[in-house]
Design a protein around this ligand. Structure first.
Ligand SMILES: Cc1cc2nc3c(=O)[nH]c(=O)nc-3n(C[C@H](O)[C@H](O)[C@H](O)COP(=O)(O)OP(=O)(O)OC[C@H]3O[C@@H](n4cnc5c(N)ncnc54)[C@H](O)[C@@H]3O)c2cc1C
Length: 392
C-alpha cells in the first residue's frame, strides 16, 4: 500500500511513522525548505502523551522536554499578581505532561521516521485525481504518484483541504484573536525567566516567556483582534500592542525577528462535516484544529495519526478505514472544540479588568486541596477513552 502525505509537521510525521510501521510505502512532501527551527513551547499531555507511550517514545519525549517550575503572572512593574506551582498541572495530568518546543516534538517524530520514508522538502502537491482504487497525485517537483491514500496533514491553512474540500472560509471558525511566537538569545532575560513560565498580561493581550532546554527565550503572544485578516507587518503590530506590558516585554520585543520570520496567525478552529473524500483524508489541524486555547492540537494530531494507521491495518478498504477513523477521533475533538467555544476564549484572554482579576483568583485557588480534579477536567476533559481502546 502506498500513501502520499502533505506536511511534515506533527500529524504528518506521526502518520508517516505509523503507516511505515504497518508496512506502507510512504512519501511525505513538505513545503518548507527543511525542518523549521522557529516555534513555540507546547504542553504535551492527554491522548497524545498516551499515544507516544504506545509508540515507545516516552523516554525520548521526556529527554527533549523542559522542566517548568511554575507560572508567574506579573504586571508592568514586575510585581507578581499570581503564582501557580507547576506541580498542580502535573498532579492534574497524573504526571503525564511534558513541556517542549514544537520543533523538538517534530524532531522526535523525524528521528522515528528516519530514512524509512521518502521525505521531500520544498515540495507540495499540485493536483489530486481520485480514481476508483486510489488517487493519482502530481507533486510540484513534476513527479506523478499512484497512491492508495492521500493524507492532508498540512496544518490549519491546509492546501489539500482547499484542493479537495473547497475554500478555507467554509471551515474556519475564528476565535477573535491573533497569536505570535518567536525564540531569541538573551542570557539576562533567560536568567530572569529561569524555569518559570512568566506571563505579562492585561485586558485583551498577554505575552508569555519560557526558557528552552538550550537556554534561549521562547515568546508567545496573544491579543484580541476583531478583524481576522492578518496585518501586513505583524512585527509592528506586536510592538504596538505589547509595549505597555513593561520592561521585560519591551526587552523581548526588541529581539522580535522580521515579519517574514515571525510565526503570526489567527487563533481559530477548523470544522468540517467530513474529514475524508474518496481516498483523501485530512489529519491534525487541517481537519480539526482545536486552537492553542485547547492546548491539545499537537496531542490530537499524534493521536489521530495513530488511530488512522491502526484502523487502516484492520480494515478491508481505505474508504471504510477513513470512516472508522473519523468516527473514533471525532468524539475527542468535538469535546475540545466545544469547551473552547463555550468559555475557553474568555478565560484564556480576559476581556475586562474584572475578568483579569478573576483569573488571578482562579490561579491562586489552584493551590487549594480538591482543585486537581477540576483542573484535570479542564485540561483533558471529563470523559476520556484510552487511546489503546479508541484505536482497537
Ligand atoms: C502558540 C501556540 C501554542 C500551542 N500550544 C499547544 C500546546 O500547549 N499543546 C498542544 O498540544 N498544542 C498546542 N498548539 C497547537 C499545535 O501546535 C497544533 O495543533 C499542531 O502543530 C498541529 O499539527 P499539524 O501537524 O496538524 O499541523 P502543523 O504543525 O501546522 O504542520 C503542518 C505542516 O504542513 C506544512 N505545510 C503547510 N502547507 C503545505 C503545503 N502546501 N505543502 C506541503 N506542506 C505544507 C507546514 O510547513 C507544516 O510543516 C499550539 C499552537 C500555537 C500556535
Amino acid at each position: 500500500m502506498r500513501a502520499v502525505i502533505c506536511g511534515a509537521g506533527i500529524a504528518g510525521l506521526a502518520a508517516a511513522a505509523r503507516l511505515h510501521h504497518h508496512g506502507w510505502e510512504v512519501c511525505v512532501v513538505e513545503k518548507a525548505p527543511g525542518p523549521r527551527p522557529q516555534g513555540y513551547m507546547i504542553d504535551f499531555f492527554g491522548p497524545g502523551y498516551e499515544t507516544l507511550g504506545l509508540m515507545g517514545l516516552r523516554s525520548r519525549l521526556h529527554e527533549l522536554g523542559r522542566r517548568v517550575d511554575g507560572i508567574e503572572y506579573i504586571d508592568s512593574e514586575e510585581r507578581v499578581r499570581a503564582r501557580v506551582d507547576y506541580a498542580a498541572f502535573e498532579k492534574a495530568a497524573k504526571g503525564e505532561i511534558v513541556s517542549l518546543l514544537r520543533p523538538d516534538l517534530e524532531l522526535l517524530l523525524r528521528e522515528t521516521v528516519g530514512d524509512k520514508v521518502d521525505l521531500r522538502y520544498a515540495t507540495t502537491i499540485d493536483h489530486i485525481d481520485d480514481t476508483p482504487g486510489g488517487a493519482t497525485v502530481t507533486l510540484s517537483d513534476g513527479s506523478i504518484h499512484d497512491a492508495d491514500m492521500v493524507v492532508g496533514a498540512d496544518g490549519i491553512h491546509s492546501h489539500v483541504r482547499s484542493l479537495v474540500f473547497g475554500p478555507e472560509q467554509d471551515y474556519l471558525y475564528y476565535l477573535g484573536m491573533h497569536t505570535a511566537a518567536f525564540v531569541f538569545d538573551d542570557p539576562e532575560t533567560a536568567r530572569r525567566v529561569d524555569r518559570k513560565f512568566v506571563m505579562l498580561d492585561d485586558v485583551d493581550a498577554q505575552l508569555g516567556l519560557y526558557t528552552t532546554r538550550d537556554d534561549r527565550v521562547a515568546v508567545f503572544a496573544v491579543h484580541r483582534s476583531p478583524d481576522m485578516a492578518l496585518p501586513a507587518d505583524p512585527r509592528e503590530v506586536l510592538q504596538q500592542r505589547f509595549q505597555h506590558l513593561g520592561g521585560l516585554a519591551r526587552r523581548a520585543l526588541a529581539h522580535c525577528p522580521p515579519s517574514d520570520e515571525l510565526y503570526y496567525d489567527q487563533v481559530a478552529q477548523i470544522e468540517l462535516p467530513r474529514w475524508s473524500n474518496g481516498h483523501t483524508v485530512l489529519l491534525g489541524d487541517a481537519a480539526y484544529a482545536v486552537s492553542l486555547i485547547a492546548g491539545q492540537g499537537a496531542s490530537l494530531g499524534v493521536t489521530g495519526a495513530y488511530v488512522l494507521a491502526e484502523r487502516l491495518a484492520a480494515a478491508d478498504s481505505v474508504p471504510e478505514a477513513l470512516d472508522d477513523f473519523e468516527r473514533r477521533v471525532r468524539s475527542l475533538v468535538d469535546d475540545r472544540q466545544a469547551v473552547v467555544r463555550r468559555r475557553g476564549a474568555n478565560v484564556f484572554l480576559p476581556s475586562s479588568p474584572l475578568r483579569l482579576r478573576l483569573r488571578y483568583g482562579v490561579m491562586k485557588a489552584l493551590r487549594l486541596p480538591g482543585t486537581s480534579r477540576l483542573l484535570r477536567n479542564g485540561l483533558i476533559g471529563k470523559f476520556h477513552t484510552p487511546v489503546a481502546d479508541l484505536s482497537a
